[in-house]
Design a protein. Structure first.
Length: 599
C-alpha cells in the first residue's frame, strides 16, 4: 500500500486497527495499492519544504482549553496567584494541580495526557520539516532561505521542548534522526539527563540565534528572529542557573555564575534591539497593541474579520477564562486569589513585603481608604464595583447596559470568590471571535515580552552583584506602572500609589532579590508563569504551603470561599514536576521512568 502521511511518537498513545489476513488474491492486493484520495501523500508533502515549515508554525496556536500551550493551569492555577474557577472543583481535570496533594499520573487525567501528546505532535511537525528541508530545501528555496527556515524550525522545536522539560523534567528526545529511523518507540525518557536535555534545547536556540535575521530584516512578523532566539536563550540559562528545579538542588546555594553571565549577555542583545516598553501598562493587553514593541515573540491569533474564515485563528486556550455574565460564554476560570490581590498593597508607594497578607483587603469604588494599591492591580484583576477591562459602559450579550462588574459576575463565589482575570481577554465592546456554547478571542499569547526579559536581566545582575543597574531596570518598570493610570483606570486613581525603590533597598543581594521577585509577581501576574518562578528560586514548598494555610480562610464581603485548600499540600522532592501521564507511561511498558515521588 502506498504510504499515507503518518508519524508515531515515543510513548504517545495512538489508535490503530490491525488485521491478520490468512489469504488474499492478487486482485485484492491490486485494489489496496491505489493512491489514497482525500489525503496528502507523504512524498508530496515532504517535497514541499516551505509548506512543511508553515505546518510547524501552525502548531503554535493549535491548542485547546484541555491542552493549553500557554500553560495557564500549570503555571498559574498551580501557584498562589490563581484558582481554577468554573462551576466547582470537578469542572475540568485541573483541580489536582491547584491542591497538589491529589496529583497522580492519572489525575488530572486526560488533560495532562493530551498536553503531552499535542506537544509531541508539534515536535513531529518540526522534525518532518527539518527532513524535508534537508532533502528538498536547496533545490526549491535556495541555500540561504533553506538555512534560515532550518533555524526557524529549530527555534520552534526548542520552544515546544522547553515546555515539555519545564513540566516533566525528563522526556524522550525525539529529533529528526529518530523520526527518520522510526525509533520513537525505542526512545526512553531517561536517555538524557535533565541538564543534557536543556543543553539540547539551548543548542537549537543557539543555531537559531546564529542564523536568523534581526527583526527589521524578518519581513513576516510572525516568524522567529535573532532577538527572539536571544531572549529564549536568556530564559533557558536563567532556568538552569538556579539548579534543576528540585528544591534539594535549587536555590541561592546552587547558583551558576557562568549561566547568569549568559543571561546578561543575551538580554543585552534584547535591550539594544528595537524592542522596548510600551508607555502604558494597560495597552500591552489590548488586541490593537498585540504586535507592539513589547512583543518579542507571540503566538499570532486573529478573528474571522481579519482572515475571512468561519471562526478565525482564535485563541482557544483561554476560551474558559471570560468573566461570568459579561461574556456570552464566560465560564469564569482562571480566578485571581486574595493573596495575589493583597500583594498589590503599597505603603508609601512601596510593597508591604512582610505584612501584605496579614489582613484581607480589597478596593471598593466609592469607598477609598488609607490602604493604597499598585496601579497594576486594576489592569490585572477584575473586581466588583469597578469597570471590567476599563469599559465604563457597554452592552452585554443579553442586551443589558453594563457599567461595572458586580458580585453577580462570579459563577461559584462560595468556592472561587468574586475576582476575575482580565489580561487574556479583550474589551467586551470588541466582541467575541466565536460563541455559543464556546467563546474565543483574537488575543495573541505572549511567549516573550520585553518587560519579562528585562526582569530576567535584573535577576541575573543581582546574582552577579550589579545591584544598581538592576534597580534602574526595576524602577523603569515601576515608573511605567505609575504612568499607567490616566489613560485606562482614571476611575481608580484615588486608590493608586506607587513609588520607585530608593537606593537603600538595593544595598544587599537579599534585599534586591526580594524586590525583584516581588516585581516579577506584580508585573507578570496571571501571565501563566508564577509557579515556574517559585520553583526556579527554590521556594515553591515554603511559599505554597503557607499560602494554602492562609487562603482557606479568606472571605469577600462576608462570603467565605477557597476552603478546598484545607486539603492542599505541596511536597518537595515530588511536586516540583508533573508525573509522567499514565497513558504515556504504560503505552510501551518499561520504556519510560516515572518522576520521583509518584507511584
Amino acid at each position: 500500500m502506498k504510504a499515507i502521511y503518518k508519524a508515531f511518537y515515543a510513548g504517545i498513545v495512538c489508535c490503530g486497527i490491525s488485521a491478520t489476513l490468512t489469504s488474499y488474491d492478487k486482485a485484492f492486493d491490486n485494489f489496496i495499492d491505489v493512491e489514497p484520495q482525500g489525503v496528502i501523500s507523504e512524498n508530496l508533502a515532504m517535497s514541499q519544504p516551505d509548506e512543511m515549515v508553515t505546518s510547524a508554525y501552525a502548531k503554535l496556536g493549535d491548542d485547546w482549553y484541555t491542552y493549553p500551550f500557554n500553560l495557564w493551569p500549570y503555571g498559574d492555577v498551580s501557584s498562589d496567584d490563581a484558582m481554577k474557577g468554573g462551576s466547582g472543583t470537578t469542572d475540568t481535570d485541573y483541580h489536582p494541580v491547584e491542591v497538589w496533594s491529589t496529583l497522580t499520573s492519572s489525575s488530572p487525567g486526560g488533560h495532562m495526557d493530551e498536553l503531552w501528546y499535542q506537544l509531541y505532535c508539534s515536535i513531529s511537525r518540526c522534525n518532518r520539516a527539518l527532513v524535508s528541508l534537508a532533502e528538498y530545501g536547496e533545490s526549491k528555496l535556495g541555500k540561504d532561505i533553506t538555512r534560515q527556515r532550518e533555524a526557524e524550525v529549530r527555534f520552534l522545536r526548542a520552544h515546544f521542548y522547553f515546555k515539555l522539560v519545564q513540566l516533566w523534567y525528563q522526556v524522550p528526545w525525539v529529533d529528526e534522526e529518530v523520526y527518520k529511523n522510526h525509533s520513537e518507540e525505542q526512545t526512553p525518557n531517561n536517555q538524557f539527563t535533565h541538564e543534557e536535555l536543556m543543553d539540547k534545547i539551548v543548542s537549537d536556540f543557539k543555531f537559531a540565534y546564529d542564523v536568523l535575521p534581526m527583526p527589521e530584516q524578518q519581513k513576516e512578523g510572525g516568524r522567529a528572529n535573532k532577538i527572539a532566539a536571544a531572549a529564549y536563550l536568556a530564559k533557558c540559562y536563567l532556568t538552569m542557573a538556579w539548579g534543576d528545579g528540585y528544591e534539594a538542588n535549587t536555590g541561592t546555594g546552587h547558583i551558576n555564575q557562568k549561566y547568569m553571565q549568559e543571561v546578561v549577555k543575551y538580554t543585552g542583545e534584547v535591550k539594544d534591539s528595537r524592542y522596548g516598553y510600551l508607555s502604558d501598562f494597560g495597552d500591552i493587553f489590548l488586541p490593537e497593541y498585540k504586535n507592539s514593541e513589547e512583543s518579542i515573540f507571540a503566538v499570532q491569533h486573529s478573528n474571522y474579520q481579519d482572515d475571512n474564515t468561519l471562526y478565525g485563528r482564535a485563541n482557544w486556550s483561554n476560551m474558559l477564562n471570560g468573566c461570568w455574565g459579561i461574556w456570552s460564554c464566560g465560564w469564569d476560570f482562571h480566578k485571581p486569589t486574595q493573596n495575589l490581590v493583597n500583594a498589590f498593597k503599597t505603603k508609601n508607594g512601596l510593597p508591604m513585603f512582610d505584612d501584605y497578607n496579614n489582613e484581607i483587603a480589597y478596593p471598593v469604588r466609592g469607598g477609598a481608604t488609607t490602604q493604597k494599591w499598585d496601579p497594576r492591580l486594576f489592569h490585572t484583576v477584575g473586581m466588583p464595583t469597578f469597570p471590567y477591562k476599563y469599559e465604563t459602559s457597554f452592552v452585554n450579550a443579553e442586551g443589558k447596559v453594563i457599567q461595572m462588574m458586580t458580585k453577580e459576575n462570579s459563577r461559584t463565589p462560595n468556592t472561587y470568590g468574586y475576582y476575575a482575570s482580565m489580561k487574556e481577554v479583550p474589551q467586551r465592546s470588541k466582541g467575541e471571535t466565536f460563541d455559543n456554547p464556546w467563546q474565543a478571542f483574537a488575543m495573541n499569547d505572549y511567549v516573550l515580552r520585553y518587560t519579562d526579559v528585562m526582569l530576567m536581566r535584573a535577576e541575573a545582575l543581582i546574582e552577579l552583584g550589579t545591584l544598581n543597574e538592576a534597580r534602574e531596570i526595576i524602577n523603569d518598570i515601576r515608573q511605567r506602572a505609575k504612568n499607567s493610570v490616566a489613560k485606562h483606570i482614571a476611575y481608580a486613581s484615588d486608590f493608586c500609589e506607587i513609588s520607585l525603590y530608593p537606593a537603600q533597598y538595593f544595598t544587599t543581594k537579599e534585599q534586591a532579590r526580594q524586590c525583584l521577585q516581588w516585581e516579577r509577581r506584580l508585573e507578570l501576574a496571571m501571565e501563566n508563569g508564577r509557579f515556574f518562578d517559585l520553583r526556579r528560586w527554590g521556594i515553591a514548598s515554603q511559599t505554597l504551603n503557607k499560602f494554602f494555610e492562609k487562603e482557606q480562610t479568606v472571605e469577600y464581603d462576608g462570603q467565605t470561599y477557597a476552603q478546598y485548600y484545607k486539603d492542599a499540600h505541596f511536597t518537595p522532592a515530588k511536586n516540583e514536576y508533573l508525573p509522567i501521564p499514565y497513558n504515556q507511561l504504560y503505552y510501551v511498558p518499561g520504556l519510560y521512568t516515572q518522576n520521583k515521588g509518584y507511584n
